[in-house]
Design a protein around this ligand. Structure first.
Ligand SMILES: [Ca+2]
Ligand SMILES: [Ca+2]
Length: 233
């Protein structure tokens, strides 16, 4: 019986290790975006930290499956383990890590009006964390990452953060006592779209100045008078 139990235990351990291995392999075999033509969502102040911690340009984009992030520092080698991305997916500073809970990643978050519900944390490999008011940040799953010199890319499945919607974002380096991007407040992705309705171009609006309206009214009156005279003939 003991031998049988050992075999079962060994099989369970083998399966768990295999699942972990497959997850790590799968997590990093994704197609990263071509960032050409994408503007930074935030360009942080340069020189407010030592170069490899000093957040510079940060980018966000998405496809139908992933939300992608690219973070650059002003130095030559980004310190992956120091980087965090905070996501306020309900745009509500009262839910999530807003800096006031003892388990906060950084108490200076109180100056950012953000309540981060999820955090991307590449401290060991790269992982998605979810906030819990009692236990603090709890690991959810591994996420893909790619590192190249001063640039770090991270990706999170949209389905793991409740789908694509407008979210508020703050980038951190070396928390606590850290570099933030932006230095205060947050950035929003996707950016707000124009509200509905027809936008009339400026040159079309010029057609409706008071002078043109007066001329049009006079012309209409002239046509009407002319038409009445023509009927009497
Ligand atoms: Ca900076
Ligand atoms: Ca929130």
């Amino acid at each position: 019986l003991k031998k049988g139990a050992c075999i079962v235990l060994a099989m369970i351990v083998f399966v768990l290790v295999a699942i972990g291995f497959i997850r790590i392999v799968c997590a990093n075999s994704i197609l990263w975006p071509d960032w050409t033509g994408i503007s930074p969502i935030v360009s942080d102040t340069l020189g407010d930290e030592s170069p490899n911690y000093d957040l510079a340009d940060c980018y966000v984009t998405n496809d139908s499956t992933y939300l992608f992030f690219k973070i650059q520092v002003s130095g030559t080698d980004i310190l992956k383990a120091a980087t965090r991305v905070l996501l306020d997916v309900d745009q509500n500073a009262n839910t999530g890590d807003n800096g006031s809970n003892p388990n906060t990643v950084d108490s200076e978050l109180i100056f950012h009006d953000i309540g981060a519900d999820y955090m991307l944390d590449p401290v060991i490999s790269a992982d998605l964390y979810q906030w819990n008011d009692i236990a603090g940040w709890q690991i959810v799953t591994g996420i893909p990452y790619s590192i190249n010199g001063n640039s770090l890319e991270l990706a999170v499945l949209l389905s793991d953060i409740g789908g694509l919607r407008q979210i508020n974002i703050v980038f951190l380096s070396k928390p606590p006592d850290t570099d933030f991007a932006p230095d205060q407040g947050y950035v929003t992705y996707p950016r707000a779209k124009p509200v509905g309705g027809t936008i009339v171009p400026n040159d079309t609006l010029n057609l409706f100045t008071p002078i043109t309206l007066t001329c049009l009214a006079a012309a209409a009156a002239g046509i009407l008078v002319g038409f009445k005279k023509w009927k009497r003939i």
